[in-house]
Design a binder for this molecule. Structure first.
Ligand code: 5CA
Length: 476
């Protein structure tokens, strides 16, 4: 009984008692961060190696992963940014199940077409079920069950849910998994023009989403594959390990994403932004047009590899027609609705952020997706003054809305530095007895490698100013 009480006390959430402390303490000695000295040999690309080494994921079977605390924290941050930008663009969140009935897919005709990538399951009543690889059919069913009038349009519903595709060659860790997280949004409009506007809104929301995630994602004309339709863009990050070959004009590298205040209600403005982002040539190998490409001066061509992190489709009535999703129009007649679907893979994005941000010592997270803001490094655990200074800085950081990870382990300084570099937190705040005697701590910026000795107060000022800057720039 006594033991149990102690457990409860130690794990009690101080935030509940003290309003100035937002969360439970994140002390490394009590955290679960199973780092590996070396990456297992099967990890071919740097993001997979670093995710395994940093204890972010664990493979459970081919292409299927557990997300460990550090990985999960990043995944949730990515998910949240995606969610906020979907909401901002007017999409409404729902949650559909992972397991679907085959009957819906028979209605659209895709049950047979989808082939071996679909994981088919039979339940105890011998009913054909499947683990959803995407949700066009299910969302169309929801729509047709409730929406009857054009007055309820436009409508865009999205969810963030695990998908399963039995990929022939799952590889590169969560980059091409069999089970993966997807944000998939589905738009419903009265006519083609409305559907195009809905497509443009999602296009712009993707520009904002990836900008907030600190990566340059270039929209490129793309093939539509099993989703279908005639208008489609993939959003790709340029990286040597990308699975697609891409061709684009170099002007894309300098284009700026719209800011948070962009007015999604202004159709002309939104179409104008899409116009700017589609004016120059950009295409994946599947739709590449060599004649168009050759019109670009050689020194303005970018031929590289890319990672597809988002894909948007406009497919008109491909699902609504066979599934009978229609509304009464202003003319009193039935109209089959026009649809589009819009995907982002947050689990793949986590890996892609690492492909785009790492060095020889480990990960370099963009501020918005970093699992913690600051690694607080105690160089002499057990030394009274050092422990006290760390405790003080820790609570100051929490009060300032920063999310610190406190390395309070007995590990040697070298090991602590290597770990902090490996997991890639934007800042390291290094506290040791020698510095404290001189009234100083050291602040290291992970991205630039710059180290500076400062008073505790100055270090805190620097960190809180950084946080305000990030908040102003990206929101959140
Ligand atoms: N229904 C449409 C859009 S909602 C759809 O399924 N599109 S998709 O097939 O292009 O997938 C959308 C996004 O999911 C991709 O851009 C990618 O980011 C992610 N994704 C797709 N397959 C995988 C995979 N095997 N592993 C990890 N992420 C994936």
């Amino acid at each position: 009984m006594r033991k149990r009480m102690r457990f409860v006390l130690r794990n009690s959430n101080i935030g509940r008692i003290c309003p100035f402390r937002p969360g439970p303490f994140m002390h490394l000695s009590k955290y679960f961060l199973p780092v590996l000295k070396e990456a297992p040999r099967e990890a071919e690309i740097v993001s997979h190696q670093l995710m395994l080494r940093a204890g972010m994921i664990r493979q459970q079977s081919a292409g299927i992963y557990s997300w460990l605390p550090l990985g999960l924290k990043v995944l949730r941050k990515v998910e949240q940014i995606v969610r906020e930008e979907q909401n901002r663009a007017g999409a409404v969140e729902v949650l559909m199940p992972t397991i679907q009935s085959a009957d819906l897919w028979r209605e659209s005709g895709r049950y047979d077409d989808y082939g071996k990538e679909m994981l088919r399951i039979t339940d105890r009543h011998e009913r054909d079920m499947l683990f959803g690889p995407t949700n066009e059919e299910m969302i169309t069913d929801i729509f047709r069950s409730y929406v009857r009038s054009y007055k309820d349009l436009p409508l865009n519903l999205y969810h963030i849910q695990w998908k399963f595709r039995d990929e022939v060659r799952p590889r590169f860790g969560v980059m091409r998994g069999r089970e993966f997280l997807m944000k998939d949004a589905y738009s419903f409009d009265l006519d083609e023009a409305g559907a195009r506007t809905a497509y443009y809104r999602m296009f712009v929301s993707y520009l904002r989403t990836f900008d907030r995630l600190g990566v340059k994602a270039i929209p490129m004309r793309a093939d539509t594959g099993p989703i279908g339709g005639d208008l489609s863009h993939e959003f790709l990050i340029l990286a040597d390990t990308g699975e697609s070959e891409v061709f684009c004009h170099k002007s894309y590298l300098d284009l700026q994403a719209p800011d948070a205040g962009v007015d999604y209600g202004n159709d002309d403005l939104i179409a104008g932004i899409v116009g700017d982002w589609t004016a120059a040539y950009a295409g994946t190998d599947e739709v590449h047009d060599e004649a168009e490409w050759m019109k670009i001066p050689a020194d303005e061509r970018v031929n590289a590899r890319g990672i597809e992190i988002g894909h948007i489709f406009n497919f008109g009535t491909k699902y609504s027609e066979p599934m009978g999703a229609k509304v009464t129009g202003p003319d009193g007649k039935d109209h089959v609705v026009h649809m589009g679907s819009y995907g982002i893979g947050p689990s793949r994005v986590v890996a892609a952020l690492i492909e785009a941000g790492h060095d020889e010592n480990g990960i370099v997270w963009p501020a918005s997706a970093a699992p913690f803001d600051v690694g607080l490094i105690n160089l002499r655990q057990g030394d009274e003054a050092t422990d006290a200074a760390c405790a003080d800085l820790y609570s100051q950081m929490q009060n300032a809305g920063l999310d610190p990870l406190y390395d309070d382990t007995d590990n040697r300084a070298g090991g602590k530095f290597a770990l902090a570099d490996l997991i890639g937190l934007p800042w390291q705040l290094i506290v040791g007895p020698r510095g404290l005697k001189a009234g100083e701590v050291e602040l290291k910026n992970r991205a630039s490698g710059e180290r500076e000795s400062l008073t505790m107060e100055a270090a805190m000022n620097r960190l809180t100013a950084w946080r305000s800057q990030m908040k102003a720039r990206y929101g959140g």
